[in-house]
Write a new protein. Sequence first.
Length: 400
Amino acid sequence: MLKGKKIIVGITGGIAAYKIPLLIRLLKKEGAEVQVIMTPFAKEFVTPLTLSVVSEKPVLSDYYVKDDGSWHSHVELGLWADAFLLAPLTANTMAKMAAGIADNFLLTVVLSARCPVFFAPTMDLDMFQHPTVQQNIQQLIRLGYHYIEPAEGELASGLKGKGRMKEPEVLLEALTRFFSGERAFAGKKVMVTAGPTHEPIDPVRFIGNSSSGKMGWAIARAFARQGADVRLIMGPTDIQTDFPGIQTLSVTTAAEMEKACKQVFPETDIAVMAAAVADFTPAETASEKIKKANGPDVIHLKPTADILAGLGKMKRKDQILAGFALETEQELEHAKEKLKKKNLDLIVLNSLRDKGAGFGTDTNKITVITADEMVKTYPLKTKDAVAEDILSVIKNLMEK
Ligand code: CTP
């Protein structure tokens, strides 16, 4: 998969830099062309000589060569690369990347890169957990960078926790996986729903739920990365849905979501319904704010349309329709019932009994059930990794 691929490996000043020569060996063995760029501080951890020997190219760190005045073009390098991997990535360089700062050569190439960028942050556990570090990771994910989560284990400080760089073999796998799946959904039109719906009681109050939209957002990004043309139908959330290949339609109520879905669905090849749609909406919405003195004791509700079931009825043979099931008991039976009743090709089951699964978290634990009765349970993973798993099931269904 990596044969002939041009890869920039950006190294910053972390102790895990000593593992990068091994990574470069692995990349070269796969047939990749590797250009190393280091920050000045990274040279304290691994020498440019070692890196240039294994990569078979001079290592870059400065804008120009002091003696002869020749200079390195960050723009050309940014255009040259098929992928850019930053490993190990320190909290310092990551913060600069998140803020668009370009005060060394490596950072200017990051800003010039048009290729996919992968980043593997590495640091001590308390630094890693600091809210600013976590915010910067989220910011880079929002920018479309591929996050390679650090591993848990023994750290250079002697402490144990999350912050170790993933081993070179795993970093290689991340790149290989990306290039192998790269075009899997090219030319496909995909619809994804995400987030909650808000059902208005009056102009200022609503009935809603605590869906963050993160799962649907991760699915939409995973499809876009693999070449799909994505329409994301998104209920009210805080997510900034700016991402290449994704067109977002913002909706508020279940009725608006239904209208948008019915319009978009006939033109789609694949639809994944991850939104937490309200099952009920107020029977009447007051046109003015309800005053405390006139407050009703009871709010009458009426059911909303089941959007997914509606699409199940419209579905053509050439379309793939996936739903979610959020359950708290008899999970598998309920999910299987929903799969049949709503005429789905697959259903993704979340159990609220699993720690780290469901609303608001950055992780999820799923079981996927297909119409041909394949049942597969996955371990707890980040929502991005869960999205990749869902896509690989859909890819298998497409090939059948
Ligand atoms: N769904 C939908 N429209 C609704 C309700 C749900 O399209 N009005 C979709 C969700 O996006 C999800 C699936 O249906 O993909 C299952 O949602 P869930 O809340 O688990 O199930 P319900 O069908 O609402 O059934 P119940 O509340 O009885 O579990």
